[in-house]
Design a protein around this ligand. Sequence first.
Ligand SMILES: [Fe+2]
Length: 282
Amino acid sequence: MLQVPHRPDFTIDQDWNAYTAEEHGVWRTLYRQQAKLLVGRAAPEFLAGMAALPLGEEAIPDVDRLNEKLMKLTGWRVVCVPGLVPDGIFFEHLANRRFPAGQFIRKPDQLDYIEEPDIFHDVFGHVPMLAHPVFADYMQAFGAGGLRAMGFGMLTQLGRLYWATVEFGLIRGAEGLRIYGSGIVSSKGESLFALDSDSPNRIHFDLERAMRTDYRIDDFQQTYMVIDSFRELFDATQQDFAPIYARMKGVPDIQPGALLPTDKVHHRGTQAYARAKEAKAG
Ligand SMILES: [Fe+2]
C-alpha cells in the first residue's frame, strides 16, 4: 500500500474518473444491502447524515462534492489516503477536522470482510456521523487526544476508546437500541448481531472501562458499549486524561467478553457465539 506515491501527510487524489464500472458496482451492492438493513437499526443521527450528504447507491461518492456539503454542515472534510496511515498522521488529520478515507474499494469477493478500511467502510460507515455537530466535535477532540496519548505511551488505550465508540458503539434512543459505530453500520453480519444476538454483552459506556478492554479485531465483538446521547460521549472526553492514564498503568486489561461487578449491564451476553467459535478453532 505504502508504495503508492503520496504527499507527506499521506493524502492522495481521489481520481474519481479512474474507478471502473466493476468498482462502482461493488459500492452499489454494499450500499443497497446496508441502506435496507439500517432502517430501524442505525441511529436516527446516522440516517440523517446519510440523507443530508450526497451519498447515493449509484456510484462511489465524489469526495469533492461530498466535502462541499460536509464543510457547510460541520467544517469537516474527507481526504483520500492509500490505506492505513501512521497513528500520528491519522490523529493530526482528525484534530484538524479531516477524515482520512481509503481511496480504493474492496474486490467483489471481499464484500463481507476486508482487513484494511476501504472507501465503503470509511465513507459510508464514518462520514454520516461527521455531519452531526456533537459527534463532529468528539472526533476532533479525539484527534487532539490521540496526539497527547502518543506522548504518554497510551495509544493502545486510546485506540480501545475509538474501537468501543467510533467503530462499534451503540446508542439507546427514544426508539430503543441503535447502531452508530462505523464497523457495525458497514457490515451486514454485525448490523444484525450487534442488536439481535443474545451472545454479546451490552454494557453502559464508561470511558476508563473502554480504555482497559481488549477487543476482537477479526470477528464480532463480545461486548458493546451503549451511550444515551452523543453529548454524553463528548462530555466524557472533556477532562484531562493524564490522571486517567496514570491510574491505568499497571492495571490489568479486561478480556473482551468479561463483565465486572461495576458494569452497568444492559444485556448479559451468553457468549455462545464466541464459545462456539473457540471450540471450532480447538
Ligand atoms: Fe473505521
